[in-house]
Design a protein around this ligand. Structure first.
Ligand code: GDP
Length: 196
């Protein structure tokens, strides 16, 4: 698929406000500030497809993008940020949980985590849940350019081993929106999911 053709369709506070006729959806999830917007922009080779923000927890809507007929990418609200009132947090987490559990179009999940702060509780819960639900998962260790080559490889190995131990065979890859690491592997995985 040509990810450069990706365009924004709509934003919705919950799944009731999403269109039904989207075909396949692949969702991107991660803690707030994990680098999700930057990764989507890099994947699609566009500067501001998904708004990147330095303020954690700003984008709290479900954002729907179309790559091609019947092939959609969903940018889910970031989770795990600290500076918002509990009530709002609960509301957001509810729409995230609901999307993941009820959206029938969902066929694959990309979980992004900062390579320097990987596998926090919520990341683990999400991956564990996806594996249990037989939803295919790919894990991206983002901002991989922040570590030197040796440390980067060691961290990748560590996370791969940890994932294998607690949730089975999940593909874990290095990613950098800045340097382009992992972009081809991500595109290949999405092609697999969209076209199978
Ligand atoms: P989001 O909240 O998950 O959407 O995260 P953003 O994409 O807005 O990124 C959060 C911060 O991390 C921003 O300051 C980005 O510039 C920075 N960032 C994102 N990706 C990379 C990367 O690959 N390398 C580096 N060095 N910084 C990154």
């Amino acid at each position: 698929l040509n990810y450069r053709n990706t365009h924004f369709i709509t934003s919705a506070p919950d799944i009731r406000h999403l269109p039904d006729d989207t075909g396949i959806e692949i969702a991107f999830a991660g803690r707030s500030n994990a680098g999700k917007s930057s990764s989507l922009n890099r994947l699609c080779d566009q500067k501001s497809l998904a708004k990147t923000s330095k303020t954690p927890g700003r984008t709290q809507l479900i954002n729907l993008f179309q790559v091609d007929e019947g092939c959609h990418i969903v940018d889910l609200p970031g989770y795990g940020f600290a500076q918002v009132p509990l009530e709002l947090k609960q509301k957001w987490q509810k729409s995230l949980g609901e999307y993941l559990q009820k959206r029938e179009q969902l066929k694959g999940l990309v979980v992004l985590m900062d390579i320097r702060h990987p596998m926090k509780d919520l990341d683990q819960q999400l991956i564990y849940w996806a594996v249990e639900s037989q939803l295919p998962v790919m894990v991206l260790l983002t901002k991989a350019d922040k570590l030197k080559s040796g440390a980067r490889k060691a961290q990748l190995l560590k996370i791969q081993e940890a994932s294998l131990a607690f949730c089975g065979d999940v593909q874990v890859e290095l990613f950098s929106s800045l340097k382009g690491f992992g972009v081809d592997k991500l595109r290949r995985k999405l092609d697999d999911w969209f076209l199978s």
